[in-house]
Design a protein around this ligand. Structure first.
Ligand code: HEC
Length: 167
């Protein structure tokens, strides 16, 4: 009789957080530079999309409210403090009923750029972090590898994505 309670408690602990999106950020470990997955990022609006032919993956680039305000005001060459850009990456998959259509398959990683010119002065004003796979394991980099490649677009405030054109 008494032995049943710890088992039930353990089950509750395992089941409850997994069923709720709200806990997603808390369940994952921070990146090596201390950043965490922003809560609510799944509800952010689209900034752009891209397809990498070399590693066959689809990407959605999303932005938080600060990012979208900057886009509306035309300030994407100098994103304001508080901007967060997300990139969600999936392996390519063929649509089962329409093989020429490429659709998102398994999620490969998610990554973020956090704008704070003072806090992240040594990496161009952006903090970088990535989490891998279904388990969202932190990627072992403090942002320096990311920054090294993103300096190619220094003149665009280290951001590759241009907001997708709309009429
Ligand atoms: C070898 C080059 C390279 C490295 C290393 C790299 N990126 Fe990027 N990143 C890109 C390119 C190219 C894009 C835009 C197109 C795409 O990938 O879909 C991009 C886009 C992004 C975006 C969307 C905003 C933007 O700039 O367009 C985020 C967020 C991002 N990267 C985060 C990271 C993080 C975090 C890391 C390190 C863990 C990282 N990147 C490492 C090349 C790189």
């Amino acid at each position: 009789m008494y032995a049943v309670f710890p088992v039930m408690l353990a089950l509750l602990v395992v089941i409850a957080p997994a069923s709720s999106d709200a806990f997603a950020a808390e369940l994952t470990s921070p990146s090596p530079n201390g950043l965490t997955i922003p809560k609510g990022y799944k509800k952010w609006k689209l900034v752009g999309i891209s397809h990498r032919k070399d590693n066959e993956s689809l990407r959605a680039i999303l932005g938080n409210a600060v990012a979208h305000r900057a886009i509306r005001n035309g300030g994407t060459w100098n994103w304001p403090k508080g901007t967060i850009l997300a990139k969600l990456v999936w392996k390519d998959r063929q649509h089962p009923q329409w093989p020429d259509a490429i659709i998102p398959g398994e999620q490969s990683h998610i990554e973020f750029m956090f704008k704070d010119p003072r806090k992240f002065a040594s990496t161009g004003g952006w903090g970088y972090a990535r989490w891998l796979g279904q388990k969202l394991e932190p990627y072992p980099d403090n942002g320096s590898e990311c920054f090294a490649c993103h300096t190619r677009v220094k003149d665009n405030d280290y951001v590759f994505t241009r907001p997708a054109p709309l009429p």
